[in-house]
Ligand binder design. Structure first.
Ligand code: FAD
Ligand code: AMP
Length: 474
């Protein structure tokens, strides 16, 4: 039986980066992964590269360019006629990108000396892992042993019993990233991150999109000022977001999918050409053999870990979507790197409070730290600074003036508590706030930092000044 210092199970952003870091630190490392691409070939990169972050951003960018040409180019004096969407080309561009990046990981594994063990991994007693390669029968399984095991098996779309996925009429996020034509009527269950991103893609390309959301509140985890403004913008863009709409059943015929839902005590029905189920994601523990080896799981099926991602079993760690915390690629990656460095004796920790969140709509939504609602519930004393993007010269030059920058700092010490952004490129802008908060920075620190002109980042500077009523452009 082959022995390694570290065996990582799962090669998503958590697992592949953890494996590379382990190898860099001198550990003999193998990474077991059973993911298959859309055409059935073994692939690395997990959900993020194959059917998550990367393909969705490819389609968001393509559809954004299309919407810009259709709706905004003329305002810039650019008159375009004969615009024609080539969905097949758009989808194949996305697929080529996925192939390029996933193959890149195979290259990184080779360069760093990480061994890829293709197949499903199952935990056995005594720090062993059983690997079942794809397409092989149980006799072809084999075992490896490891001083340390890192579980990074990620998550899968949560199933909704009343809307079974057939990947034809009723699809999950993977199916919705591969439509070969624009559905005329698109229903989406769930107005969370994924529902809004996919709704944006297809609505920009001409679909009539209705999003059914069970909760009465739009984007409950998001700061209210941002969520309320975003809801108005998304409605204006053509997303019909129905809140308090709990889906109770679906029906299929040759032409359409019907959806029954309850809203304010009334039974309602709608028909769509395609329906996307986007009601969240669940940790991947099936087939891992957790129960047999006594690996502790939480009530929602996530692997229980401490602050350093240690499980209840000695020398077994778990990271990323399969444990508590935000289901985000960068959180998975940083946990994987932290575990690798701790195995090498480094003093590493991760502050989950400072994980940036992003929703890739347009404008984008991004934030770090606490919302006002959370601070009020905790009885905290704080001050806020708000700066509308419409007052930013750069936003005006771009013709993209929707949104705002909001900063919250402690009333007494001025320490930054939260930064909430609804703006073009919010995903990039939030990095400054994360860095400032990592250094326990204050709003005054940002106010005294020189921001290049004219940039959208000046809105961060102005929001900091606004916490002290000294914003200059409003
Ligand atoms: P995963 O990426 O889920 O990878 C786990 C891997 O383990 C998979 O390859 C799986 O096949 C494999 N595996 C599972 N069980 C076993 C087993 N027993 N043996 C062997 N292999 C196994 N996050 C962001 O931060 N930004 C975004 O823009 C973003 N966009 C997204 C868009 C969509 C449509 C979706 C669905 C998700 C998006 N996410 C985004 C979330 C992001 O994809 C996940 O948070 C991230 O992939 C989690 O990484 P992970 O390493 O924990 O696991
Ligand atoms: P997220 O967790 O960001 O992926 O968001 C998933 C969204 O789906 C949440 O806002 C849930 O409230 C919503 N949701 C879950 N179940 C249902 C349902 N049966 N009908 C409508 N929305 C739902």
């Amino acid at each position: 039986m082959k022995k390694y210092d570290v065996v990582v199970i799962g090669a998503g952003p958590g697992g592949y980066l953890s494996a590379i870091r382990c190898a860099q630190l001198g550990f003999s490392t193998a990474c077991v992964d059973g993911e298959l691409s859309a055409n059935g070939k073994p692939t690395l990169g997990g959900v993020c590269l194959n059917k998550g972050c990367i393909p969705s951003k490819a389609l968001l960018d393509s559809s954004h360019h299309y919407a810009f040409i259709k709706n905004q180019a003329a305002e810039h004096g650019i008159n375009v006629s004969g615009i024609r969407l080539d969905i097949h080309k758009m989808i194949s561009r996305k697929e080529r990108l996925v192939q390029k990046l996933t193959r890149g990981i195979a290259g990184l594994f080779k360069k760093n000396g990480v061994e890829w063990l293709q197949g499903q991994g199952q935990l056995l007693e005594g720090n062993q892992v059983q690997v079942t390669p794809d397409g092989k029968h149980p006799p072809d399984t084999y075992q490896v042993s490891a001083k340390h095991i890192i579980i990074a098996t990620g998550s899968a779309p949560t199933k909704l019993p009343v809307a079974a996925i057939d990947q034809n009429r009723i699809v999950d996020s993977t199916g919705a990233l591969a439509f070969t034509e624009v559905p005329k009527r698109l229903g989406i269950i769930g107005a969370g991150v994924i529902g809004l991103e996919l709704g944006s893609v297809w609505s920009r390309m001409g679909a009539e999109v209705v999003i059914l959301e069970a909760l009465d509140e739009f984007l409950a985890p998001v700061d209210r000022d941002i969520a309320v403004a975003a809801a108005k913008l998304f409605e204006k863009q053509g997303l019909d977001i129905q809140l308090g709409a709990r889906v109770t059943g679906t029906g299929l015929n040759n032409h359409e999918v019907s959806v029954a839902y309850e809203q304010a005590g009334e039974k309602q029905k709608l028909a769509f050409d395609k329906l996307v189920v986007a009601v969240g994601r669940s940790p991947n523990v099936a087939g891992l053999g957790a129960e047999a080896v006594g690996l502790a799981l939480s009530r929602r099926g996530a692997i229980e870990v401490d602050n350093y991602c240690a499980t209840n079993l000695p020398d077994v760690y778990a990271i990323g979507d399969v444990v508590r915390g935000p289901m985000l690629a960068h959180k998975a990656a940083e946990e994987g790197i932290m575990v690798a460095e701790r195995l090498a004796g480094q003093d590493r920790a991760l502050n989950l409070e400072l994980v940036p969140w992003v929703i890739y709509t347009w404008p984008e939504i991004a934030w770090v730290g606490k919302t006002e609602t959370e601070l009020q519930a905790a009885g905290a004393k704080y001050k806020t600074g708000l700066f509308p993007m419409a007052a930013s010269g750069r936003a005006q030059a771009a013709g993209d003036t929707d949104g705002m920058m909001k900063m919250i700092s402690a009333a007494d010490t001025d320490q930054l508590l939260g930064v909430h952004i609804l703006a073009p490129n919010a995903s990039e802008l939030v990095a400054e706030a994360v860095l400032a908060m990592e250094f326990d920075g204050s709003a005054e620190d940002i106010a005294r930092t020189i921001h290049a002109h004219p940039t959208l980042s000046e809105a961060m500077h102005e929001a900091a000044l606004a916490t002290d009523q000294r914003a200059l452009h409003i």
